[in-house]
Design a protein around this ligand. Structure first.
Ligand code: DOR
Length: 424
């Protein structure tokens, strides 16, 4: 492919902001400066040119549930959302818990619209009983291990996983849910679950596991990453653990800072998610945590489900919401945060946690891989489920008007989204 120039944008990365053109050649940034030219031109007038976004938490459903999403369709949705890298969750069928499935996901990812990194399960089949061969899987490039969809319930096994992972240079990530407390709950336990007659899960179900894993991190010295934190109590514990010097990190999803449990009054399963939508005070705590560093990243927990299943009654429908195509716009619209902070939370901070900082989220500097996105921060658009690239339609934001849109996304120097349209 011939060299191209991204012209007329404001470049924004972790090192600051400047007006500059960016020349890309052979998959890498070849020059950054004023009045540059190249055979192909991509217009970035009025836009921000930023490192590509990185999602720590994407369900791509392949292998096993291709009717809901495939690596091809999910990575296209990711690229449209400005993501150049996603970490695929292992609750596929079969689970990503052995070398063969890791290889399959990585091979499909190599020909997709974003860089797909496989996470792998902590326990075989995500059954919570025996540890997976983490060393072998780390050798294939797995950097994040999680039983996401479930938390590791057994305290002793989790301690062993932490001890085992410490020497491997990998991150253990936890879906925090004490199942003895959450069993049978379909939404947050509180005012709305009582009114609606839907059994709830208490905040303490999440908080007990955060508390346990902080204790185990102290015991073992291992790092732990907390996934999709949703309660004020969890975030306060992580804040205190960080202040005490423990190597913990944490993410929150876009839905946990934009929606509350009151949405469940519609009985519409599109609002069913795990962990559940919480109270307005929890939403405020998530926003505060994103603002003060208690939370390191915004993740999507993109969880596609085919309409036949998501249209079941509330207590029978599977939990999960789409997220990749709306995450950046929701953050720009709903968080009262400077753009640089939003990008830190969606790009360079998650890139560091995922272990992909050599390729994603880094400064737009000469020699760096050209994984980047061009954002029109003032464009407004209305979410239309029918127009999403995902195979599924379960967005809770249908009809919402958002500000901020991805105009172009480049993966290894190649445009995968141009003027808001996918190229593959
Ligand atoms: O809402 C959720 N959906 N939470 C999870 O932990 C799993 C996910 C899914 O796989 O659908």
């Amino acid at each position: 492919m011939s060299a191209l120039v991204i012209k007329g944008g404001r470049v924004l990365d972790a090192s600051g902001e400047r007006v500059a053109d960016v020349v890309i050649d052979d998959g890498r940034i070849a020059a950054v400066g004023a009045d540059l030219s190249a055979p192909d031109v991509i217009d970035a007038g009025g836009c921000v040119v930023a490192p590509g976004l990185v999602d720590l938490h994407t369900h791509l459903r392949q292998p096993g549930r291709e009717e809901a999403e495939t690596i091809e369709s999910g990575s296209r949705a990711a690229a449209l959302g400005g993501f150049t890298c996603v970490v695929a969750m292992p609750n596929t069928e079969p689970a990503i818990d052995c070398a063969a499935v890791v290889r399959e996901v990585l091979a499909l990812g190599r020909v997709s619209s974003c860089d797909v990194r496989a996470s792998a399960a902590i326990t075989v089949g995500r059954a919570g009983e025996r540890l997976t061969g983490m060393a072998e899987l780390a050798g294939l490039g797995v950097r994040l291990f999680t039983d996401d969809g479930n938390g590791v319930q057994d305290d002793r096994l989790m301690r062993r996983a932490m001890e085992y992972s410490s020497g491997l240079g990998v991150v253990l990530a936890q879906h925090c849910e004490n199942e003895a407390l959450s069993a049978g709950g379909h939404m947050h336990e509180g005012e709305w679950s009582s009114r609606l007659g839907i059994p709830g899960q208490p905040a303490e179900s999440e908080e007990l596991m955060v508390m346990r894993d902080i204790a185990l991190a102290r015991l073992t010295g291992a790092t732990i990453h907390f996934q999709h934190l949703s309660t004020a109590g969890s975030i306060a514990m992580v804040r205190a653990a960080k202040a005490g010097g423990l190597p913990v990190s944490a993410e929150a999803t876009t839905h946990h800072f934009t929606l509350t449990h009151a949405e469940c009054a519609s009985y519409d399963p599109v609002f069913k998610v795990n962990p559940p939508l919480r109270t307005a005070a929890d939403v405020a705590a998530v926003k505060a945590g994103l603002g003060d560093g208690a939370l390191d990243a915004i993740a999507t927990d993109h969880a596609p489900h085919e309409p036949e299943r998501k249209e079941l009654p509330f207590d029978e429908a599977p939990p999960g919401m789409l997220g990749l195509e709306t995450a950046l716009a929701l953050a720009l619209t709903e968080l009262d945060a400077p753009l640089a902070q939003v990008l830190a939370l969606l790009s360079w901070q998650p890139a560091a946690i995922a272990g992909v900082a050599a390729e994603h989220g880094g400064d737009l500097a000469v020699g760096r891989p050209a994984n980047l996105c061009v954002i029109d921060t003032s464009a407004t658009w209305t979410v239309d489920p029918a127009r999403l690239a995902s195979r599924a339609r379960n967005t809770p934001y249908a009809g919402r008007t958002l500000t901020g849109r991805v105009r172009h996304t480049l993966l290894r120097g190649e445009p995968v989204v141009l003027d808001g349209e996918p190229t593959r």
